[in-house]
Design a protein around this ligand. Structure first.
Ligand code: COI
Length: 355
């Protein structure tokens, strides 16, 4: 057991009103978790403190070379009032994979989980209960040495902040339009594409701005070498249903291994569907759209959950997926995944952790 010091706020904020739409990532709870690291000393002083600004030296390494990682998971309010976490072990495993890739010291899994549970418990009242809402949990680590040379840092801060959220997209659960990027690339095999680190997201911004200007919500990335194979969307992994088969790009080192992605694959297989994790080219997808065998397209992510896609744009072609509505399988996946997350549907063993 970790000895986590808890200092409660003397000025609690009012909880969001029942009709607040909880715009993604804009509201923060009363407390946060912090733990320090120093080479030779390891991780130390785990604490839950009032949510507050932090002071860093302008030369802190995170500002200059981007040595930082983050995760995203959610806590849900079940009908009987319990607070549930969805597959936190997968996020923790991925966090340490990211840490290894970018030379941040790993955090023992039991300590990571205890930190999440402790801060969520302290701010339990902030876990919303309206449909399609949850408490988004954002763990992250930053390099804090005041130093301008390029090397792994010797000091870090691990923090967890919490944000009650509604749907990630302004479209809510309605289908989103996706722009397949033909100018820039996000990542290449051997790079940091499979790590959850800010660099991958900053690389996506210029394309996202361009896509937004054209009325598209998100960018879909092709592989960085041949620029023909589908990889992932800015904040989601991507799935296609073609001729009855569920297809998603195979993890190849440059794609983020999503927890919702893995959950969708497991559920589809359990329902008897054929699931193929393989290389799929943008040509194949557009051909399937033209010959009518592209039945559904959807994205998956912790923030986005299961998000149906209505249009794909690539170069000068725009393909509308079927009637542009919510596909049957995406709907079933959305209902089942959220049902499991809320404790209404029994999921596979180990998917739910009670706080
Ligand atoms: C998540 O789904 O949790 C993510 O990290 C995506 C994010 C960039 C909003």
């Amino acid at each position: 057991m970790l000895n986590i010091r808890i200092e409660k706020t003397k000025n609690p904020k009012p909880l969001p009103a029942a009709d607040d739409p909880l715009k993604f990532g804009t509201i923060f709870t009363d407390h946060m978790f912090i733990m320090n690291y120093e080479t030779g000393k390891g991780w130390f002083d785990p604490r839950v403190v009032p949510y507050q600004k932090i002071e860093l030296d302008p030369s802190a390494m995170v500002f200059h070379y981007g040595q930082e990682m983050f995760e995203g998971l959610k806590a849900y309010r079940s009908e009987d009032g319990k607070v549930l976490l969805f597959r936190p072990d997968k996020n923790i495993e991925r966090a340490n994979n990211t840490n290894r890739r970018i030379c941040i010291p790993e955090i023992p899994e039991d300590i990571f989980l205890e930190a999440i549970k402790t801060v969520v418990k302290v701010d339990e009242a902030w876990v919303p209960s309206k449909p399609d809402t949850s408490l988004y949990i954002r763990p992250f680590i930053i390099a804090t040495d005041p130093y301008l040379g390029v090397r792994p840092a010797d000091t870090y801060l691990f923090m967890i902040i919490l944000s009650p959220v509604g749907p990630y997209y302004p479209e809510g659960l309605n289908p989103v339009k996706i722009w397949i990027e033909d100018e820039y690339v996000r990542a290449v095999k051997g790079g940091i594409g499979e790590a959850k680190t800010g660099g991958n997201y900053v690389a996506s911004l210029a394309s996202q701005v361009k896509a937004h200007e054209e009325g598209y919500s998100q960018v879909l990335w092709l592989d960085g070498i041949e620029r023909k194979y589908i990889e992932e969307v800015g904040a989601m992994n991507i799935f296609f249903k073609i001729n009855g088969t569920v297809i998603t790009p195979k993890l190849n080192g440059s794609i983020l291994p999503g927890v919702t992605r893995d959950s969708c694959i497991q559920l589809c297989k359990k329902w008897g569907l054929t699931v193929e994790e393989k290389k799929i080219s943008v040509d194949e997808v557009f051909k399937a759209a033209e010959d009518g065998t592209l039945e559904e397209v959807w994205g998956t992510g912790t923030a986005a959950v299961v998000s149906p896609v209505s249009h794909l744009r690539w170069e000068n072609k725009v393909s509308k997926i079927k009637d542009g509505g919510i596909g049957e399988l995406s709907k079933k996946l959305y209902e089942n995944i959220t049902g499991i997350q809320l404790g209404k549907i029994q999921g596979p063993d180990g998917w739910i952790e009670v706080v």
